[in-house]
Design a protein around this ligand. Structure first.
Ligand SMILES: [Zn+2]
Ligand SMILES: [Zn+2]
Length: 121
């Protein structure tokens, strides 16, 4: 494991927001109860600055969700880099964050979606 601790935390937050978002700060705090509010704010700020998540301030509460300009492939690739997880070399999916329709490993770094293999029993 070579990824830094802070990168790991950003990876967790990114995955949470992309798989469960949009989420309010309160929801995020419930998922990540050990994070102080200022740490949460700083990490959210970093993901926003990286254009991975978007902030919706219309209405209350403020919601954090996937950035619509960012493809899920790009987000998965960032997640893989931050978390240090083994990822598909094409689409960046990992054990924690697979393709939307589900996938499995056909090689060490290729998932079934990217192989284009037909579904067989
Ligand atoms: Zn793939
Ligand atoms: Zn996949």
């Amino acid at each position: 494991m070579t990824a830094g601790g802070e990168d790991q935390h950003l990876a967790v937050l990114l995955l949470l927001i992309w798989t469960h978002g949009p989420l309010a700060r309160e929801d995020l705090a419930r998922h990540l109860p050990t994070w102080p509010a200022d740490v949460m704010a700083a990490r959210l700020g970093r993901l926003v600055a990286l254009q991975l998540i978007s902030v919706c301030t219309q209405g209350a509460p403020t919601l954090y969700g996937p950035d619509l300009n960012c493809s899920d492939v790009a987000a998965r690739q960032v997640y893989a880099r931050l978390s240090g997880a083994c990822a598909c070399r094409h689409c960046g999916c990992t054990d924690e964050w697979g393709c939307p329709d589900g996938c499995w490993w056909v090689a060490e770094d290729v998932c079934s979606s990217c192989q284009g293999a037909p579904l067989t029993a």
